[in-house]
Design a protein around this ligand. Structure first.
Ligand code: NAD
Ligand code: SER
Length: 313
């Protein structure tokens, strides 16, 4: 582990800005990269390179320059932004991943992480306790691109021996970096607006249940998966991964325990249809069995921590 040099793409985003800091606590050599410049803790904590994952020669040169041995490929376009420009989302999510896979094989990387999502499921998938293996007919370009990505990941493992690992993240909630254009973003914004304005207008209906997870659990699970011995990894497409499930009205009840005069209103937009095509809860028993996954945060514990940290900021 000591000799690994890790590249993180999309490092300035909601996950990357926290994952890079966590990796730097256990690995001496972590290179953050993104299209845009880093700020704050991320900027101060170590080396950064500008990288467009669509530019394969630039990616290859960076891997060679730093003698990269592992990549966490986070750069992507999320669900809501993707629906506004499907062609662009397909290109970034698909071509970006293919470049990572090819450069990883060409440079004999030891491991690659590729994040998938609950968006790989669709309206024909069983929505409650969604199994690992089930009907998958995603109807967002984001979900289609990530499902194709899962197939590519498995293909590169089977045909080229690439040690690639993946998690289907649920909606992630965090206070360090704002969410990047997803359908689950309300569950981040609601906390900030509760503290700043004591009011929030929600773009999903009050009873829209979705799978969610607090960022500390997501980061811990990601590193657990990547540190598991290869022989224990039985899934090379992507693991179901679960934290908690709730609807906007459940978050309101929890926030009002801390901010009693918090007010919510509902104005569903195009994201409602996306949310209704996704699971409500996830069966992650393969992750539990193969690499010991167990979440630590429920809605009450997360709400206390989110509000305390946003107030501190
Ligand atoms: P984000 O939108 O916050 O960050 C993505 C980062 O990628 C941004 O900093 C952006 O500048 C960068 N980027 C975009 N195009 C790029 C390119 N061509 N080259 C290099 N960098 C580029 O996303 P996130 O929430 O941090 O998500 C990271 C990954 O996790 C994505 O693959 C996403 O699909 C997946 N995921 C996230 C969630 C979630 O709730 N946050 C849930 C499921 C899956
Ligand atoms: N949080 C992500 C989104 O809403 C799920 O992958 O797009």
């Amino acid at each position: 582990m000591q000799s690994d040099t890790i590249l993180v793409t999309g490092a300035c985003g909601q996950i990357g800005s926290e994952l890079v800091l966590a990796l730097r606590k256990i690995h001496p050599n972590v290179i953050a990269s993104d299209l845009k410049d880093p700020s704050g803790e991320l900027k101060e904590s170590g080396p950064f390179e500008r990288l467009d994952v669509l530019h394969k020669p630039g990616l290859d040169a960076l891997v060679k320059k730093h003698k990269i041995t592992q990549i966490y490929h986070l750069a992507a376009i999320l669900s809501a932004t993707g629906e506004k420009n499907p062609e662009f989302a397909w290109r970034v999510n698909m071509k970006g991943l293919r470049n990572i896979l090819d450069v990883s094989v060409d440079n004999h990387l030891s491991k690659v992480f590729f994040p998938s999502t609950i968006a790989v499921f669709g309206p024909t998938t069983p929505r409650v306790n969604t199994p690992q293996y089930t009907v998958m007919e995603p109807n967002t370009i984001y979900g289609i691109s990530k499902q194709a990505g899962e197939r590519w990941a498995d293909y590169y493992y089977q045909k080229k021996g690439l040690d690639i690992r993946s998690i289907r993240y649920p909606g992630l909630i965090s206070y360090k970096t704002k969410a990047g254009g997803g359908t689950t973003d309300y569950a981040v914004d609601i906390y900030f607006e509760a503290v700043e304005k004591k009011a929030y207008e929600c773009f999903l209906k009050e009873d829209t249940v979705l799978p969610m997870m607090y960022m500390p659990d997501a980061i811990r699970g990601t590193i657990m998966l990547m540190e598991t011995p290869a022989e224990k990894i039985t899934i090379r497409s992507s693991y179901n991964f679960s934290g908690m499930s709730f609807a906007p009205k459940d978050v309101v009840v929890e926030i009002q325990k801390h901010i009693p005069d918090f007010q919510i209103s509902y104005k569903p937009d195009f994201r409602q249809q996306i949310a209704e095509s996704w699971p409500q809860s996830i069966d992650d028993s393969y992750a539990a069995k193969d690499w010991g996954w167990k979440p630590e945060f429920d809605l009450a514990k997360m709400t206390t921590d989110m509000l305390a940290n946003i107030k501190k900021q």
